[in-house]
Design a protein around this ligand. Structure first.
Ligand SMILES: Cc1cc2nc3c(=O)[nH]c(=O)nc-3n(C[C@H](O)[C@H](O)[C@H](O)COP(=O)(O)OP(=O)(O)OC[C@H]3O[C@@H](n4cnc5c(N)ncnc54)[C@H](O)[C@@H]3O)c2cc1C
Length: 390
């Protein structure tokens, strides 16, 4: 094991986390990520190193072999990964998917699954929620789980299930009772599916995408899942998934901050070094000001991310803040991406400078895991008291 590890026994400062993660990420330079992107591969070596150092088990309590850190520290880890030029999308789900098991799983389930996940022996990187005909309207999903004795038989289809081919386990949301118009949230259940045992009942087909995200379609036909793999109570799965959303929003916001700072740093360096018309392009306010604006927006958005993390860690309500953080950070990173591309001019489109890769990667956060529209619709309804629109 590397000496760059999570110091789980004593309190670790943000600075210590930053420098340790930064040191690890420095072993995987731009060229590593460029090659992975070009070949649409999975960054096995990087994910293994991050796992072995304990960073992906940061949020798992110490009694299960994790570091027992808080969401603020988890966020700093993912921020540093993206700030290094890497893409945390390859492994971030392990941090938030595990939360459903941690909060709603039985003691037996936690004892069985969390230690091997923390030790890096099992990967829980796949999260099967979205379906082709349901989209953002999760309560309309049709994947069906029918119980017969001690086994559930599951049939259906998922889309955009990222890392299903690289994961041992998948957290799957399926319908266990017919839709009830009075209780739209009821009737869905969460299962921990062991993909290693699924055989022909699960067919996983990669989707070619604009960015390398190892995302797939998952066709499920007669999958047998032991009833002991049902997480929590039958019918309450949608609540459990919603419960994990705030953590997911905060962690994604942190990745956006990492991306945003990467764009500002690269744009600033280029604006200092590139000379046209006999002077550095950064001397032109038309070049400098968009970069400065990008910096301002990222720093402001980061404050909302920190506010949301604090509330989350105190166990207080934070849905509004977590959603605002995700929206503001995603927006700030996208503005920074555009400022950086403009600063690079034609070079921004050349693969060798990585700007176009990070540009594609950060664009995703406007749409997934939740779209900007849905965040605004949530805030309009739940914070401002406007009529429900979804
Ligand atoms: C690369 C990638 C990886 C992903 N990984 C995963 C994963 O691992 N697991 C998983 O379960 N899902 C995953 N997703 C799915 C992702 O969460 C969805 O794409 C996202 O939630 C949007 O759903 P949709 O694509 O079906 O869009 P739709 O629901 O079809 O919506 C399309 C557009 O319409 C807008 N819209 C819809 N309804 C409303 C409304 N009422 N008001 C305003 N606007 C509205 C949306 O904002 C959106 O822009 C991934 C997606 C991508 C692209």
């Amino acid at each position: 094991m590397s000496d760059i590890t999570v110091a789980s026994e004593e309190a670790v400062s943000e600075g210590e986390i930053r420098s340790a993660v930064r040191e690890l990420c420095a072993r995987y330079p731009d060229s590593y990520w460029r090659d992975i992107d070009r070949s649409e591969a999975y960054p096995e070596e990087f994910v293994r190193a991050l796992t072995e150092a304990g960073w992906l088990a940061a949020l798992i309590p110490e009694r299960y072999g994790g570091a027992g850190l808080g969401i603020s520290q988890g966020a700093v880890i993912l921020e540093e990964v993206n700030l290094s030029g890497a893409n945390a999308g390859a492994c971030h789900a392990q941090m938030y998917v595990m939360g459903t098991l941690l909060r709603h799983g039985s003691d037996e389930q936690k004892d069985r699954w969390l230690p091997p996940i923390a030790a890096g022996e099992l990967r829980l990187q796949a999260f099967g929620v979205t379906e082709p005909d349901a989209g953002l309207d999760t309560t309309s999903i049709r994947t069906r789980a029918r119980r017969d004795g001690n086994t559930y038989t599951i049939d259906g289809q998922k889309i955009w299930t990222s890392r299903a081919l690289q994961s041992d386990l998948m957290l799957l949301l399926a319908r266990t009772s017919p839709p009830d118009p009075e209780r739209r949230w009821f009737g869905l259940s969460t299962f921990l599916v062991d993909l290693r045992e699924a055989g022909d009942a699960v067919r996983i087909v990669p989707i070619e995408t604009m960015l390398n995200h190892n995302t797939t379609e998952v066709f499920i036909d007669g999958l047998q899942v032991p009833a002991e793999n049902l997480i929590g109570e039958e019918g309450f799965g949608f609540r459990y998934i919603l419960d994990g959303m705030n953590a997911e929003r905060i962690l994604i916001a942190a990745e956006c901050v990492g991306d945003g700072r990467w764009f500002v740093e690269r744009a600033s360096n280029h604006a200092r070094e590139r000379s046209v018309f006999g002077r550095p392009i950064g001397q032109n306010q038309g070049v400098a000001f968009p970069i400065a604006w990008a910096h301002v927006r990222i720093e402001a958005a980061d404050l909302m991310r920190r506010r949301a993390s604090e509330l989350y860690e105190r166990g207080e309500k934070c849905a509004a803040e977590a959603n605002m953080a995700k929206l503001l950070c995603a927006d700030a990173s996208w503005q920074a991406a555009n400022a950086c591309l403009d600063t690079y001019g034609g070079a921004g489109f050349a693969r060798e400078f990585d700007v176009e890769r990070k540009f594609r990667e950060t664009r995703l956060y406007q749409v997934a895991p939740v779209s900007t529209n849905m965040v605004l619709a949530f805030l309009a309804q739940n914070v401002l008291g406007l009529p429900r629109s979804y």
